[in-house]
Design a protein around this ligand. Structure first.
Ligand code: GLU
Length: 507
């Protein structure tokens, strides 16, 4: 017995940035293909000439690569030949094929030319609306005589090509929803090729080209968002007209925001590019997207690498109920992966966020790079995404003592006798000290101050931390002090511990 090779496709329209919904579609297709040693095909659906742009295609390819999703067939980006034997993979380059197949349907009388003008169709629709009838095409041109058609063609009348829909319900199997059936009236006689000008055919429509391509590219499973479910009966009718074997379908649930409205920019970042810019790791996004509508068999595992997902994923466990996009959970996963990545990768990814605080990477010494690795390593555990790093570490590069003193939170801490005593003792020690403050020196100062004043814990440490960093919370002193002192030696404008305390306390 030969088993059919699984072939799936991701078929985005390059009319905007790749957003989480489509990225999840790409991921599920990819996982399904990889799981079953099948093929994953990238097809660019750019028949909407007005809205399709090359830059979106380029960005899309970059985003997919960034996510780690590779494809076996499809375009490879500008200036590179596409790969695979079923191309071209851009629909705008396949128009002849669509016209040829439409001709075939015309010849077989499974499709017909419709000469109705836009105005006539509008009138029909308005009339149907007024009479509370469904606004479907009346089929007026369906039974035009051969003579009438010939006459219209001879007079150069523009025409669209419509598919004849039969009486039978349109059925398909959906791996997420089971059998789905639509009444034939739900689709009426859909247009396959729009009406053109000067006797030329117009653009073929989405539902038609998708069906032709899915058939010619031997797609076995169509996995896509459920916003396409109402298109599917039309595509099924086209498959049936050609006598092609139907693929299986899997319509993925809608992604909602926390308010249970369809996820949109209103809810925050939604494009893959913007998550990347904010410093989310691809492995975190992949992991999160996988969980948006799919869950592990054990019902509890939530962290999965792409490899683990490839082994664990199945369409049977994809739920038809809407998924709610939860930024907190995505942040949690991002923190999880930030903790796991190497110090070198973390630093490489973080550098770009420090424009304005640090020189160009190519202009700094190795010592700065080594320092930077330590620095981001110290602050990364306290951020959700990497673009938050500069704010967390800004104080290293200097802070305004006046502002630090007067901020509401700090003022309350500083305005106590205990704080005043601690800072006076600290100032005395700084005055008597020269050179850098090592963690050992600092530790002995703190224990001396504790002994001298009887002040301990928060009351002891908070004012000191404010004096050095401008805030009462932050990384442990053992790591922070060397970072400050080493940074101060690097010509980055970082004040030493001593300078900080002097400025703050006014030694
Ligand atoms: N081009 C369609 C879209 O971007 C997808 C079509 C499909 O998957 O069938 O929504």
């Amino acid at each position: 017995m030969t088993t059919e090779k699984i072939r799936v496709r991701f078929a985005p329209s390059p009319t905007g940035l790749l957003h989480v919904g489509n990225a999840r579609t790409a991921l599920y297709n990819w996982l399904f293909a990889r799981r079953s040693q099948g093929n994953f095909i990238l097809r660019i659906e750019d028949t909407d000439v007005e809205r399709s742009e090359e830059r979106y295609e380029a960005q899309l390819i970059e985003d997919l690569r960034w996510l780690g999703l590779d494809w076996d067939e499809g375009p490879e980006g500008a200036g590179r030949p596409e790969k695979g034997p079923n191309g071209p993979y851009r629909q705008s380059e396949r128009l002849d094929t669509y016209y040829q197949y439409a001709e075939k349907l015309l010849t077989e009388e499974k499709a017909y030319r419709c000469f109705c003008t836009t105005e006539e169709l509008e009138d029909e629709r308005a009339k149907a609306q007024a009479e509370h009838r469904p606004q479907v095409y009346s089929g007026r041109c369906r039974d035009l005589s051969a003579r009438a058609v010939k006459k219209n063609l001879a007079s150069g009348k523009p025409f669209a090509i419509r598919l004849k829909i039969g009486e039978e319900p349109l059925r398909f199997y959906d791996l997420v929803r089971g059998y789905v059936e639509f009444a034939p009236e739900a689709v009426s006689d859909p247009i396959l090729v729009r009406s053109g000008r000067y006797g030329e055919p117009g653009m073929p429509v989405y539902n038609y080209v998708v069906a032709v391509d899915d058939a010619l590219m031997d797609i076995t499973h169509v996995i896509r968002g459920d916003d396409h479910i109402s298109n599917t009966p039309k595509q099924v009718a086209i498959f049936n007209a050609f006598g092609w074997k139907l693929p299986k379908f899997a319509h993925l649930s809608t992604i909602l925001g926390k308010d249970r409205e369809r996820l949109s920019k209103r809810h925050g970042a939604t494009s893959i590019a913007s998550f990347r810019e904010m410093g989310y790791l691809p492995e975190a996004l992949i992991n999160y997207l996988a969980l948006l509508g799919w869950g592990a068999e054990d019902g509890k595992t939530e962290t999965f690498t792409l490899d683990e997902l490839t082994r664990a994923f199945s369409l049977e466990r994809v739920t038809p109920s809407p998924a709610v996009f939860d930024f907190d959970k995505l942040n949690w996963l991002n923190r999880h992966y930030l903790k796991q990545i190497s110090a070198g990768r973390l630093a490489a990814l973080s550098w770009e966020y420090f424009g304005g605080l640090l020189p160009e990477k190519s202009d700094v010494s190795d010592a700065v790079l080594v320092w930077f690795v330590q620095m981001v390593g110290l602050f990364a555990p306290s951020v959700d995404h990497l673009d938050q790093l500069p704010a967390k570490s800004l104080f290293l590069f200097g802070f305004d003592p006046e502002l630090a003193r007067t901020s509401l939170e700090n003022a309350a801490i500083l305005d106590t006798d205990a704080s005043r005593m601690v800072l006076t003792e600290l100032a005395n020690r700084v005055r008597a000290h020269s050179g850098h403050v090592t963690p050992e020196t600092f530790k002995s100062w703190m224990s001396e101050i504790k002994d001298a004043t009887g002040i301990k814990g928060k009351d002891l440490y908070h004012p000191v931390r404010i004096a050095i960093t401008g805030s009462h919370s932050g990384p442990e002193f053992d790591k922070l002090l060397p970072l400050i002192e080493e940074g101060a030696d690097l010509d980055l404008g970082i004040p030493t511990v001593r300078t900080r305390i002097e400025r703050f306390v006014g030694v």
